[in-house]
Design a protein around this ligand. Structure first.
Ligand SMILES: Cc1cc2nc3c(=O)[nH]c(=O)nc-3n(C[C@H](O)[C@H](O)[C@H](O)COP(=O)(O)O)c2cc1C
Length: 250
């Protein structure tokens, strides 16, 4: 594991090796992508009138990785709540703060949705647009679930789930401040928002499974990113729990 140890050591802070703070540092990479600004069709999901009541402690106890899904579609309200739990705006303002913490509030992680079976939503690949909290259609695609399944090494739960969330990191957004240490922070950020989503799914009576095992090139290709400036780093499939036929543990 040479790379791992070299990276951990090479990006370590130490009393004798702290990077000098640049007094002129300014944010130069946009805090979020917008496909809508580039002309993509926008979808405003139906929202619940208010956030549902839930018991955090029960959700923590009940959360489990679920890998079998029923055939029923996901409601737009559930999809909205899941997206909001992962990356909603909880404090609007000139620099909006979100439901999950982020190193330096730089928010390097983007959320994409491979939606194959959501009520009233055409199947396709969507991007979660912030701060508007709406979706932009990146690519209409009837086979989005099977394409995502193939990119996730054929894990069948991805083909069966109505929705798979795909998270990418825009490296320069955190790298502009943290240099190579940004890799650590982007993955930590993704972990925070993914767990928010997992607990929200549990609270809604849905099942979810995190996905770290995927073909990087194929996932980047599915989302339409270059894998260099922006790379897929994590995913999760979500749906109503079904009867398990097979389970995959990675
Ligand atoms: C970073 C990460 C990557 C994971 N990747 C996969 C995956 O690709 N496929 C899968 O079936 N489960 C995946 N899991 C789920 C784990 O297998 C699961 O969390 C673990 O077995 C513990 O079970 P629990 O989540 O029910 O507590 C992943 C979990 C994490 C945290």
């Amino acid at each position: 594991m040479t790379l791992l140890h070299d990276y951990q050591k090479g990006t370590a802070y130490g009393r004798k090796a702290m990077p000098a703070k640049d007094p002129h540092w300014r944010r130069s990479v946009a805090p979020q992508k917008s496909y809508a600004a580039a002309g993509a069709e926008v979808v405003t999901l139906a929202r619940p009138a208010r956030l549902p009541a839930s018991d955090l402690w029960s959700a923590l106890r009940a959360r489990r990785s679920i890998r079998a899904f029923a055939t029923e579609p996901m409601t737009q309200e559930s999809l909205f709540l899941l997206l909001w739990a992962a990356q909603g705006i909880s404090q609007p303002g000139p620099w909006p703060f979100r439901t999950a913490p982020s190193a330096g509030a730089l928010y390097p992680v983007e959320t994409y949705v491979a939606a194959s079976h959501v009520a009233g939503l055409a199947p396709g690949l969507y991007h979660w647009e912030l701060p508007e909290e709406r979706l932009a259609l990146v690519a209409p695609r009837a086979d989005v679930a099977t394409a995502a399944c193939a990119a996730c090494l054929g894990q069948e739960m991805v083909a069966a789930a109505p929705v798979t969330f795909i998270w990418s990191a825009v490296w320069g957004r955190a790298g502009q401040k943290y240099g190579d240490r940004a890799l650590r922070y982007a993955y930590l950020d993704a972990g925070h928002l993914a767990e928010n989503l997992h607990l929200a799914a549990t609270a809604l009576g849905l099942g979810a499974c995190m996905i770290g095992a995927f073909l990087d090139d194929e996932m980047d290709g599915l989302v339409g990113i270059d894998g260099h400036e922006e790379s897929v780093i994590y995913a999760a499939c979500v749906g109503s729990p079904g009867v398990a036929t097979a389970s995959v543990h990675v």
